[in-house]
Design a protein around this ligand. Sequence first.
Ligand code: TMP
Ligand code: ASP
Length: 252
Amino acid sequence: MCHALDPGRAEFYELRMTLLYEGKAKRLWSTENPETVRMEFKNDATAFNGEKKASFENKGRLNNEISTLIYGMLENAGVSTHFVRKIDETNVEVKKVTILMVEVIVRNLSAGSYCKRTGIEEGRVFSQPVIEFSYKSDELGDPLINDDYIREMGLATPEDVAHLRKSALTINRILTDFFAKSGLRLVDFKIEFGRLVSNPSVIVLADEISPDGCRLWDLKTGEKMDKDRFRRDLGNFMEAYQEVLERLKANA
Ligand code: TMP
Ligand code: ASP
């Protein structure tokens, strides 16, 4: 029997749409609207610039649910983002942007590459958030850069960088409080920004926000509830993401 396709479901788009981009954890598809794209969350997990790779059932769904919840909360708090709507379990519709090739990392406690670079032990609480920029290049392994590099590489103007810093600090304050309500400590996170294709003078928050790109520790026990479980082979990887989702849902 032939039946009408529901425009709210991904299959509707599948028939008409083309793959625009495939990254390590997501795919971008065109939609019928020239100003939006469909972002699909894959089940793949990678670490160490793609050297370590595996697939986990439900990962795409969990990250989509967590990211959607966070983007809705940020929009309500007045942050401009690419988010339009959730389509289904693993797909969202987002505004089409040109991603700035600068990743913004905010750290509240020492962890990860900060510890490696400085020799400082994990878990030191910073007096103020530490902001880092990295050049978004898989080929070069996303190297650390600074404001001068960004200007000279033509990645963004000094005014844009000032905007990125200010937005990142605002987002950090909102996210820190949001996660704390769920008993989670926001140790650090990476975010990306893009220029709206429909209005390139506007820079909005883009990409996902999930335990793939954040470090989240249980506030009471210090247990790691993020992608470090995969990076460091700590086990119970998806169980941790599920727990994050359940806590956020209960406290949102
Ligand atoms: P790092 O300590 O390894 O530099 O990571 C800082 C934060 O950025 C951490 O929350 C994980 C996130 N991150 C990404 O989202 N993508 C990456 O490619 C890397 C290296 C880190
Ligand atoms: N996302 C990066 C990769 O896939 C690195 C990381 O998150 O550790 O390799």
